[in-house]
Design a protein around this ligand. Structure first.
Ligand SMILES: Nc1ncnc2c1ncn2[C@@H]1O[C@H](COP(=O)(O)OP(=O)(O)OP(=O)(O)O)[C@@H](O)[C@H]1O
Ligand SMILES: [Mg+2]
Length: 428
């Protein structure tokens, strides 16, 4: 199902999306039913479908399916055989325009059983999920069966970095892509690479040492350090070295993109991750959830944080999932969140020798002596700054070659030294 459930800008695209999903579900189920009706009327969008049976158990299961997407709801029943599920506002005390929210009606009559779903204007992406899940359920398809975690994640706007694909493209990364940082690499080997590559060693050691059964494999590791020191790159490298897919979760963008749905979506990310045989969940910019819970966080942030705390606890039984978090502001992180990480790995700014090593990746034509010399002028710069500085130098050099009609060559030490001053001036 290659549909994009998040695109709900207009009814036509909603209709197209839903019809495609319904058709797929119907053909997969092998049922000979008619497709649900979909229409827009008096400013409302509606989906109706008849079902063979509508038992109490099925209605109860439906409530569960709806509840998994919509936190606050009200169930009304006026007469036997009629139930209405009305989504309430996020804030339960805010009752304005409740009737504009999505509503599900379950109607059992002597002649037929129907489900009618309606909402003002248009369905949201989470509404669409609910509708599709309900329809799936009534077509007898277990929604847990045959799910492709990649598809689920894609729909949530989360990308999966797949080292197998990278290998096919010849793009596999290794530790050399981050120059220097030997201590960081050592810690990563001990706390992430080996536990993923040789879990049995860790379990056996724990078996010998521990009085009561227990594990010593890490579940969550924090990468901490200034912007541009290679935290995100290192997560990709870990994925390539272990050939374990990395689920890249930019917390900031999930928060801003989905507001009310963000905590639910984060829960889905973890659930979908659990469907992989093994995975790395990379929570980038985790400081978007920063701040202590007492300080009146935004509702969405608070909810998301509480989901994250629960999920990080819940992964105990899943030894093949490791959660990585990255932050520039460890000191601002919620203490409860911080305590969930087994270990924090600090990425310092590179020192003189390391800056020369980084130059070795981006100015490979220079001698070590030249690089050390230039490196002395790049104090306090991060790996990203140094990369940008090299790009800057090359571009200036290329323009110079064009203007002077010189033959193509690489910039020499003096050119780098000259641009170091300009670059620093530009970037203060
Ligand atoms: N030690 C290094 N050697 C080579 N390249 C480096 C090094 N450190 C950083 N870089 C390069 O700098 C760029 C930025 O790195 P990256 O995005 O991993 O940093 P980050 O720590 O995640 O930053 P942010 O906190 O802003 O997200 C990448 O292209 C990376 O390859
Ligand atoms: Mg990063």
């Amino acid at each position: 199902m290659e549909t994009n459930l998040t695109n709900t800008n207009d009814f036509l695209s909603t209709k197209e999306t839903l019809l495609k999903e319904f058709q797929n579900i119907l053909s997969e189920s092998g049922l000979q039913s008619e497709l649900p009706e979909l229409f827009s009327e008096k400013g409302e969008v509606k989906v109706n479908f008849t079902v063979k049976t509508l038992s109490k158990e099925q209605i109860f299961d439906s409530f569960q399916i709806i509840k998994s997407q919509i936190e606050n709801l009200r169930i009304q029943t006026f007469e036997s055989g009629f139930y209405s599920v009305q989504a309430l506002n996020e804030n339960l005390f805010e009752t304005k325009n409740i009737l504009d929210n999505i509503r599900f009606r379950f109607i059992c009559s002597r002649t037929s059983n129907r489900i009618e779903i309606s909402k003002k204007d248009n369905f949201s992406s989470s509404d669409l999920y609910t509708i599709v899940s309900l329809y799936k359920y009534f077509c007898g398809l277990d929604s847990k069966k045959n799910v492709n975690p990649r598809e689920i994640l894609q729909k949530l706007g989360v990308t999966v970095f797949d080292p197998v694909e990278e290998e096919l493209k010849g793009n596999l990364l290794n530790f050399d892509h981050i120059a220097g940082y030997e201590e960081v690499k050592r810690e990563i080997r001990d706390s992430i690479l080996y536990p993923l590559q040789h879990p049995e060693f860790f379990d056996e050691v724990a078996r010998i040492t521990k009085r009561f059964p227990g594990k010593n494999r890490p579940r969550a590791i924090l990468f901490e350090g200034d912007p541009g020191v290679g935290k995100t790159s290192m997560a990709r490298i870990v994925s390539c070295l272990t050939m374990v897919p990395m689920i890249y979760v930019p917390i900031e963008s999930i928060l801003s993109k989905y507001y009310g749905e963000s905590s639910q979506n984060l829960a889905y990310v973890f659930d979908a991750a659990a469907l992989f045989p093994s995975s790395l969940i990379f929570l980038d910019e985790i400081d978007s959830l920063a701040g202590s819970r007492e300080e009146g966080l935004f509702e969405a942030t608070r909810k998301m944080l509480s989901v994250l705390l629960r999920k990080l606890d819940g992964f105990e039984g899943k030894p093949k999932t490791i959660t990585l978090g990255a932050t520039n502001r460890k000191q601002d992180l919620d203490p409860a969140l911080l305590s969930r990480f087994d270990k924090s790995i600090y990425f310092p700014l590179p020192n003189l020798e390391e800056r020369a090593e980084i130059l070795g990746n981006y100015a490979v034509h220079l001698s070590l002596e030249d690089r050390l010399d230039i490196s002395g002028h790049l104090e306090d710069l991060s790996g990203r700054n140094i990369k940008d500085y090299c790009d800057y130098t090359e571009r200036r050099w290329a323009s110079h070659l064009i203007e002077k009609k010189y033959e193509i060559s690489a910039p020499e030490r003096e050119v780098y030294l000259e641009t170091a001053k300009l670059f620093r001036l530009r970037n203060v």
